[in-house]
Design a binder for this molecule. Sequence first.
Ligand SMILES: Cc1cc2nc3c(=O)[nH]c(=O)nc-3n(C[C@H](O)[C@H](O)[C@H](O)COP(=O)(O)OP(=O)(O)OC[C@H]3O[C@@H](n4cnc5c(N)ncnc54)[C@H](O)[C@@H]3O)c2cc1C
Length: 389
Amino acid sequence: MDYDTLKRDVLIIGGGPSGLSTALHLQRIAPHLAPRVLILEKARYPRFKLCAGGLVLDAEIILQRLGLDVREVPHVDVDSIHFDFEAKGLNIRIPKRHALRIIRRDEFDNWLAQKAGSRGIEIKEGISVRSIIPDKDGVTIETDNSTYRAQIVVGADGSNGITRRSIFPNTPVYTARVLEVIIPVRRDAISPHETNYAYFDFFPVPHNIAGYVWDFPTQVNGEPMRCWGIYDTNLLSNEKRPQLKEPLAQEMSRLGFNLDDYEIKGHPIRWFSPENPMFVPRVLLVGDAVGADPIFGEGISIALGYGNLAARAIKDAFQRNDFSFRHYKTRMLLSPLGQTLLARWFITNIIYPLKWKWFQVLLWRILKPIVITVAWIFVLNWGRRMSQK
Ligand SMILES: Cc1cc2nc3c(=O)[nH]c(=O)nc-3n(C[C@H](O)[C@H](O)[C@H](O)COP(=O)(O)OP(=O)(O)OC[C@H]3O[C@@H](n4cnc5c(N)ncnc54)[C@H](O)[C@@H]3O)c2cc1C
C-alpha cells in the first residue's frame, strides 16, 4: 500500500456536477489553490449516470459565470413545460428562449471534467474511496489501493455516497425513489409527446405516490428519443401505495407505449431537508450528498450551486487557517441556493401531503397565476443572485 501523504490540500470525492463545480469555482476565486486540488472519481469518463438531464436556467447561469458554454454539449431544447394533473394543467414558456435544456449525463459530466482538467484540476479516475476519517490535523482517505491525507475533504459522491455514510452514519435520510426509461420516438405519429415538450403529471399523488410521472425529449448518440420516468419523494410512504411501475406503465400505455418493452432503471435521490447535516470540521458535503430539490428531484443546478458555496468556504478556511467550517450550514441556508431549497422543502411538505384529487386539480389547473408567481420568485432565478467572489 502506498501512502500518498498530504499531497493535496483539497480532496474532492466524486467527479459529478457538484465535485467538478467545487473545483471550477475554487480555480476561479482562488487560482493558487487549483494545483492543490485532487478529484477522486470511482468511474471513468464518459460514465453512465441515471438522470433525465433537464438543465434549468439557473444551471446555465452558473456555468456561464464559470466561462462555460453548455451548448458545446449535445442537447435538446424544450420549448414548453406542462405541469398537469391527469393531462390538464398549466403550461410554461419563456419568451425568446428555451424553457429547459436536456443533456445526457455521460456527455455533460465528461465535458465538465475536461473543462476542469484544462484549467489545471487533477482528476484521478477509476478510484473508489472506501472510508473518510477526519482528525484535528487533517483527513485520512482510504481508497481501494492507497491512503491519502488531505487538509480538507469535499464529499461530492452523490445520494449513496461513502462520505456521508462515513461521517454521519446514523442520521435520518430523506430519499426519493425514481424509475427511468428511454424509448425511441415513434416516427409514424406526430403528437405533442413527440415534439419538444416536457410533461410533469401529478396524477399519482392521490394514489399515495408523492411525486409525478415525467416525459422529456432527449437524444442518445444523436438519435431523438423520449425519456420517461416516475419520481416519488416517499412522503406518503406510511400509506398503502401501488408499485412505482404501475402508474408509469399506465401513463405510457395511455400514449400507446408498453413499459415492458423497455429497460427500466432506478436510483434513489437524497433530497434536501434543513435537518440534513452538511459538515464536520475538515469535511464538507455538496450536491446530492446534502440533498437535491425535493419537489422534482432536480439536482444538477443545485449541485452546481453547492460548488460555489463550498469553494468560498474552502478559500475562507485557508485564509483564516480555521478548518471547522462552523458557518458553512448557516451561510448555505442564507444563500440564494439555501433559500430556494428551503422554499422547495416547504412547498413539498404542502403539495404532496395534501394528496386529495380536488387539491391537486385546484393547484395545477385553477391556481395557475399563483403557482407561476411562487415558482418564479421562490423556486427559480436563484443562480443569478449567487455571490461571485
Ligand atoms: C432517474 C433520475 C432522473 C434525474 N433527472 C434530473 C433532471 O432531469 N434534472 C436535474 O437537475 N436532476 C435530475 N436528477 C438528479 C441529478 O442526477 C442529481 O441531483 C445530480 O447528479 C447530483 O450531482 P452530484 O454531483 O451531487 O452527484 P452525482 O452526479 O451522483 O455524482 C457523484 C459522483 O461521485 C462518484 N462516486 C460515488 N461514490 C464514490 C466513491 N466512493 N469514490 C469515488 N467516487 C465516487 C460517482 O461515480 C459520481 O461520478 C435525476 C436523478 C435521477 C436518479
